[in-house]
Design a protein around this ligand. Sequence first.
Ligand SMILES: Cc1cc2nc3c(=O)[nH]c(=O)nc-3n(C[C@H](O)[C@H](O)[C@H](O)COP(=O)(O)OP(=O)(O)OC[C@H]3O[C@@H](n4cnc5c(N)ncnc54)[C@H](O)[C@@H]3O)c2cc1C
Length: 585
Amino acid sequence: MHQLKFIVISLVLVPAVHLVYASYNGEKKQDNTYENLTEQGSYDFIVVGSGPGGGTVATRLALRGFKVLLIEAGKDYDTRNTSIPGLWPNSVNDDEMRWDMKAYLFNNSAQQSTEQILYPRASLLGGCSMHNVMIALSAHPLDWDKMAKLLDDESWNFKNMQKYRHIVENCEYCSKKNKTKFRGWLNISVPQIPIKKDVKLISLFDTITEQLVYNPDVNHNNTYESWFLGADLITKETATRSSIYQRIKEVQKLRPKNLHVWTNTFVMKIIIENKQARGVNYVKGSDLYSASPKSTIDQRNRSSQRQYSIYAKYDVIISGGAFNTPQILQLSGIGNKKLLKKYNIKVKENLAGVGRNMQDHHEVTYILKMKQNWTLLKGCIFGANNSDPCLAEYYKTRKNVYANNGNLLLASRSPSMNLTSATPNYLTVNSAETHSKNNMGTVEIKSKDPFQTPLIQFQLFNEQDDDLSRIVQNLRYIRKLLNRKPLSNYIEEEVLPGSNVTSTADLEEHIRKNVYGHHACCSSKMGLSSDKMAVVDSKGRVRNIKNLRIVDNSIFPIALGWFPMLPIYMASEKLADDIATHYGK
Ligand SMILES: Cc1cc2nc3c(=O)[nH]c(=O)nc-3n(C[C@H](O)[C@H](O)[C@H](O)COP(=O)(O)OP(=O)(O)OC[C@H]3O[C@@H](n4cnc5c(N)ncnc54)[C@H](O)[C@@H]3O)c2cc1C
């Protein structure tokens, strides 16, 4: 398999809040007898979770003429932190939308840290697409082809999947020749960086160009060693975040009868009768899940006294993301029977693969302290209050440093990594290993209580993989790349890992202490019927349970490409197409 290194270099910026709560209606109260109700609801499809996976499949099915209910645990919450690209770090820290998941990175039996790390997630309309860094990279062509082969389904190959990229993406950076193909709803642009304003920035770009070829058409051809300006999910004209949130709003306006959205609605389990999914049980209320910093037991108890059910004419589609989808399935009786029996959950289908095969991209930061502050960020306080001069300039021009997410440039090289950066006098480089070998991650319920978070274990760095040594290589490469003239003239010192950390053993120790990830995936994978660990088939249908599908980052058998969001949007459009065709529209 090809190996790719991937580099992103960026200056990071930062936020305040106001709330908009959506109201909902039409549900049926059902007094704890929901297990016995069998009548049909008025929706063709019920989609649980409104991130890139669920939001995309729901909007497309609504546009194809179906009646769709999109259920989201979080709020309808669009603030300046979620919309102004430079303020994204504030959204990650916002209590109104944070789900602080905790994960064990390592196998407890190995002599490695057994402490849990914070694994941030966002729960609101739009899911993690509302707090993430907005980097938009398609998967490597060979990833799609490998997946098509694994699934024995050519509709997943690179050539066919490009069709869906054209449906999703509105491409600002593509060459004229390619641009005409793109007719999408998701705006992707390259950063407008006032490079000339900062001599250190010029030196950074000069240093990189010395060693890697510039590739202007980022996503069209990122298969060779090159650097490019970060492709970001930003609408150039307004300089605001482009995500599934805007798409949901747009489709609601276009097709108000086809797309109903219920926010502040938490799905507890799927209603399954005779091996067929009929609907879901849910409760109403905000901040119920214990991962929310605002969640309280009192609040949860009050809420769980009132459970409701809603039924679908066709399918229930679960799109809760890589952690919550396996949790919802397990709570509903689909999963490893030993685990389900441990918590006294009636087994509806013994599927060993639920919550297995979890993977991620492994990130480690490399930080350089500069001799002087970046002039580009002068005076910026990242929206800490309304007197922020950079905020005023942003509103006036839509072109200043807040108009982008802080990622300056990305580069790919064999094997894989990425760089990011921060604060006035530091350059932070984010090294991301992609195409990692480890697929031993697990998600398991640790209680019957739907509001409790599951046990999440990545089990990194095993004997079977060489991920650790590849990350060591990445760090060494970045060090070599950036400690050259002219950039080196402006560097005061290496802060992380530190110039004294040079031996393989020391670098490995540094990595074990500092590694993290944001792209958890593959925990309910697609696969052939002969694969006992497969949870869904190549159309997203859960094995042996009728009318139940999964559409989100959990279904991929392998971690796609470099950044998952664009591939999820594409895959979700593809599955929506498959579903609509199946039901004759
Ligand atoms: C800090 C951070 C930065 C990132 N940066 C990037 C980036 O720059 N580029 C990139 O490509 N990717 C990035 N990612 C990853 C990317 O955002 C995710 O992979 C992607 O959003 C996953 O989409 P999804 O639809 O599978 O799930 P999610 O986006 O997690 O959406 C799941 C939704 O389901 C809802 N839900 C869950 N359980 C229930 C329930 N029981 N009832 C009702 N609703 C429920 C949740 O509230 C949530 O809104 C980043 C992630 C993080 C955390």
